[in-house]
Design a protein around this ligand. Structure first.
Ligand code: ADP
Ligand code: MG
Length: 694
C-alpha cells in the first residue's frame, strides 16, 4: 500500500478544489506549491460576524444581508454595464447595484438566495434603500452563510475569493501539524504561539485578538530570520584574519585635502575619522554613510579611496548609472592625476568591444589602475583586481545585498566596504536592510548652499508656471519636468493624470516649441537614457520631461527649475530627493509642485516649502502616508517580506533582533541554524538563503 505523504513542496494542483486548470491561474499569483498557497496571506480581513435584517439597515454602514433576489435587469450606460436587482427578506426590500460584472447575470436569477455585502445608502431618485454590492455569495437552499472574520486575498479577476478560501481551507484540513522551528526558549520569552497555530489562524481567525497573535508570530519569524542572516554575515566578515589593516601615514590623503577647494564640514571630518579608524583596523569595515542629497558623501568616499591607495591597495567605486560613473570619474581624475593616482573607468560604454574591455580588465588585474570607477559592470566575471582593498557603493538602495557581496568576492582577502545612501532611512529600517553595517551620519549640508525656493501650486497656475520656466530657459538655464506616469493608465484612480508622454507632447508642441526638449523614462534602454542625460548635461537639451528615473544623483548645475506634475502622487522623501537635482549651481533655484488640490495633499506638500531636511520630511511622510508608500516603487532593496511590515512592526523587529543576537552569539545554535536552514528551507529558508547565499 502506498501512502501519500503530505509535502509542502507538492504542486498546488493536488490541493482539493484546485486541479490543473486552477493551478495555472494560481501561477499568476506566484503560487506553485502547497507552501506558496499556505503563505498566500490575506491582504485584509472583513468583519462578517453578523447579518442585518433589511428593516434594520442604517444608511452609511457596511452590512451583510441575506435574502432572495426577485427582480433583475441590466443596462449599458457609456462603457459601463449596470446590473440592478431587488433583494427581499421577511422584513423588507433592498435595491442592489453592480457595475461591470456582466458574468453575474447568468447566476443572478429570480428566486436565488444570496449573501451580499456593501455600503447602505438611500437612492436619491427613488428614495429607496440601496446597496452597491461589494461582494455577493450565492447560497443553496437552506445553506447557512458563513460568518466570522473573512480573509480577503490578493487575487486576480480570474480567481474569486471563494476559490482561494476554499482551496486554503482544504489545504489546512489535509495538512499535518507544522514542525515548530523556533526554540521553546524564544517562544516563551517572546510569548509567541506555535507555528502551526499561527499558520492556520492567519487565514481563518476567530477573533481579531487571535489574528493579532498569529500575525505577530509570523512576522517575528520573518524578521528573526533576516536578523540572523545579517548577523551571520556580520560575524563572517568580522574575522580579523581576513581583513586589511590600511596604513595610517596620511601623505596622499593630506595632499588631497590641501587640493580641495573647500574645508571639510565637521560632519564630514567626523565621518572620515570613523571610516579611517575602521580601515586601519584589521576587522573588515562594513559601514554605511547616510547623508542628505548634496551633503558631501562623495568627498568622504574619495578620501577613503585615496587612503586605500596610500597603503598600496586598489579601490573600487560603484555608481548606480553610467552617467554618474562618468561624472565621478571626471571629478576624481581631475583631483587625483597630479598626485600620481591612476583612475580608471569601467562602464558598458568604455568597454563596448571585447578589445576595449580586455584592455581595462588587464589594467585592473595588473594594478595599473589604483581606483576604478564603474557601474555594475564592475561585478562582471572577468573583472579581477590585483589588490582590492576598498569597495565603495553609491546610492546603495539601488543595489541589493547580493550585489554588495559579489563585489567583495572579487578578492581573496575581504576588502573594506563603504556604502553610501541619500535615502533618509529611519533607524528601524536601517536595522532591517543594513543590519550588517555600522552607520555614520552626515547631518548638515556644507555651508553657503542657497535654499531651493519651493512652492506648491494648483493646476490653475499651470500656464503661468510654465511661462516662468520658459523665462528661465530664455535666460540660459535648464529645467526638469517630472511626471508620475509614463503613459496612460487604465486605472480609474489615475485617469486624471497626464502621463509624461502627453505632458511632453503638450510642452514641446506648445509653449516650448522653440526650445530643445527631450523625454526620458524607465522604459528607454540604458544607452538611450544615458545619451539623453549626456545631452542634457552638455546643455544641448534645455527642457527634460522625465519620470522619477532622474531621482538618482545626476549633477547638472545649470538646471535651476524643477516642476513636478501631480506632486500629490509622490512621497515627501521622494520629492526631496527629486528636488536635490536643482540648486547645484550658483544661480537661484526653484522647485514648483503642481498639485491637485482636490486631494488633501496640500498640507502634506506644504512641508516641502518650509523644510529642507530630508530626514524630517521622511519621518513626516511615514506618519502621514504610512509605510507602504514610503519608498514608492520597489527599488528599496528590502528583502521581500510576506507579512512583516518594517514600519508597523518596529516592536517585533526589535524583539526579533534581540532574540537573533542572543541566538547567534551561542555557537551551539549555529548547527541548529544550519539544520534549520535545510529542514525548513521551505518554510522560511528562501528569505534566509537569499541573504546568506548572496
Ligand atoms: P552627495 O554625494 O552627498 O550627494 P557630494 O559629495 O556630491 O554630495 O557633494 C555635493 C557638492 O557639494 C559637490 O559639488 C561638492 O564639491 C560640494 N561639497 C562637498 N563638501 C563640501 C564642503 N565641505 N564645503 C563646500 N562644498 C562641499
Ligand atoms: Mg551622491
Amino acid at each position: 500500500m502506498s501512502k501519500t505523504q503530505f509535502e509542502l513542496t507538492d504542486d498546488v494542483m493536488y490541493v482539493k478544489g484546485v486541479g490543473p486548470a486552477r493551478a495555472k491561474l494560481l501561477a499568476k499569483l506566484n503560487i506553485a506549491t502547497k507552501y506558496d498557497l499556505l503563505t498566500h496571506y490575506p491582504r485584509a480581513y472583513e468583519n462578517h460576524s453578523s447579518l442585518t435584517k433589511i428593516s434594520e439597515l442604517v444608511e452609511g454602514e457596511t452590512a451583510l444581508v441575506v435574502g432572495r433576489v426577485y427582480d433583475v435587469n441590466s443596462r449599458r450606460a457609456r462603457n459601463l454595464t449596470i446590473i440592478n436587482a431587488t433583494l427581499e427578506d421577511e422584513t423588507g426590500e433592498l435595491q442592489l447595484t453592480w457595475f461591470n460584472q456582466d458574468y453575474l447575470l447568468q447566476k443572478l436569477r429570480r428566486g436565488v438566495r444570496v449573501l451580499v455585502i456593501g455600503k447602505i445608502k438611500i437612492d436619491s431618485w427613488s428614495n429607496e434603500l440601496a446597496m452597491n454590492v461589494q461582494r455577493v455569495t450565492f447560497l443553496d437552499e437552506g445553506e447557512e452563510p458563513e460568518l466570522g472574520i473573512m480573509p480577503i486575498y490578493p487575487s486576480t479577476a480570474a480567481i474569486t475569493q471563494n476559490v482561494l478560501r476554499t482551496a486554503i481551507k482544504n489545504l489546512l484540513t489535509s495538512m499535518p501539524p507544522l514542525t515548530e522551528i523556533l526554540p521553546q526558549k524564544i517562544l516563551d520569552e517572546h510569548e509567541l504561539i506555535s507555528l502551526d497555530r499561527a499558520a492556520r489562524t492567519i487565514h481563518f481567525p476567530k477573533s481579531y485578538a487571535e489574528l493579532d497573535t498569529a500575525r505577530r508570530r509570523l512576522a517575528f519569524d520573518e524578521l528573526f530570520m533576516i536578523q540572523c542572516g545579517l548577523m551571520l554575515i556580520k560575524r563572517q566578515t568580522q574575522d580579523e584574519r581576513l581583513g586589511i589593516a590600511h596604513a595610517a601615514n596620511g601623505r596622499l590623503v593630506n595632499a588631497v585635502l590641501n587640493d580641495l577647494p573647500f574645508m571639510l564640514t565637521d560632519d564630514q571630518r567626523r565621518v572620515f575619522l570613523e571610516v579611517s579608524a575602521d580601515m586601519e583596523s584589521k576587522v573588515p569595515m562594513r559601514r554605511l554613510i547616510q547623508g542628505d542629497v548634496g551633503s558631501g558623501k562623495t568627498v568622504v568616499a574619495l578620501l577613503a579611496l585615496v587612503k586605500a591607495v596610500e597603503g598600496g591597495w586598489q579601490g573600487a567605486f560603484m555608481a548606480p548609472t553610467e552617467i554618474l560613473a562618468a561624472q565621478h570619474f571626471e571629478k576624481f581624475s581631475k583631483l587625483l592625476d597630479g598626485l600620481g593616482i591612476r583612475v580608471g573607468l569601467l562602464s558598458a560604454k568604455v568597454t563596448r568591444t571585447q578589445k576595449m574591455r580586455d584592455e581595462v580588465y588587464e589594467k585592473i588585474s595588473a594594478h595599473e589602475f589604483d581606483i576604478v570607477i564603474g557601474t555594475h559592470a564592475l561585478l562582471q566575471e572577468g573583472v579581477k583586481f590585483a589588490k582590492l582593498g576598498l569597495v565603495v557603493t553609491d546610492e546603495q538602495h539601488r543595489f541589493g545585498v547580493a550585489q554588495r557581496s559579489t563585489l567583495e568576492k572579487k578578492s581573496s582577502t575581504l576588502p573594506d566596504m563603504l556604502v553610501m545612501t541619500a535615502t533618509p532611512i529611519p533607524r528601524t529600517m536601517t536595522l532591517t536592510i543594513y543590519g550588517d553595517l555600522d552607520v555614520s551620519l552626515i547631518k548638515h549640508l556644507p555651508p553657503g548652499r542657497k535654499p531651493i525656493k519651493t512652492s506648491v501650486k494648483t493646476f490653475r497656475s499651470r500656464k503661468k508656471v510654465y511661462e516662468f520656466v520658459h523665462e528661465e530657459i530664455a535666460a540660459g538655464r535648464q529645467a526638469y519636468v517630472v511626471c508620475p506616469l509614463i503613459e496612460r493608465s487604465e486605472s480609474e484612480t489615475l485617469a486624471d493624470i497626464e502621463p509624461a508622454e502627453e505632458v511632453f507632447d503638450m510642452l514641446s508642441g506648445g509653449i516650448f516649441a522653440d526650445v530643445p526638449c527631450a523625454l526620458i523614462h524607465g522604459k528607454l534602454k540604458p544607452r538611450e537614457k544615458d545619451d539623453i542625460m549626456e545631452r542634457f548635461r552638455d546643455g544641448e537639451i534645455k527642457l527634460l520631461v522625465a519620470t522619477t528615473v532622474i531621482e538618482v544623483g545626476v549633477d547638472v548645475p545649470n538646471a535651476t527649475v524643477m516642476v513636478v506634475e501631480h506632486a500629490e502622487r509622490f512621497g515627501l522623501a521622494q520629492l526631496h530627493q527629486l528636488r536635490g537635482r536643482v540648486g547645484r549651481g550658483s544661480k537661484k533655484s526653484y522647485c514648483i509642485l503642481l498639485a491637485d488640490m482636490k486631494s488633501d495633499a496640500k498640507i502634506r506638500l506644504q512641508a516641502m516649502e518650509t523644510t529642507s531636511d530630508g530626514f524630517k520630511l521622511a519621518e513626516q511622510d511615514l506618519k502621514l502616508r504610512g509605510p507602504g508608500q514610503f519608498f514608492g516603487e520597489a527599488q528599496h532593496g528590502l528583502p521581500d517580506l510576506k507579512i512583516a511590515d518594517v514600519f508597523r512592526d518596529v516592536d517585533i523587529l526589535i524583539q526579533a533582533r534581540d532574540a537573533a543576537q542572543e541566538f547567534i552569539d551561542d555557537d551551539a545554535n549555529l548547527t541548529y541554524f544550519a539544520n534549520l536552514r535545510t529542514n525548513i528551507a521551505m518554510t522560511y529558508g528562501d528569505k534566509f538563503n537569499q541573504i546568506t547565499e548572496a
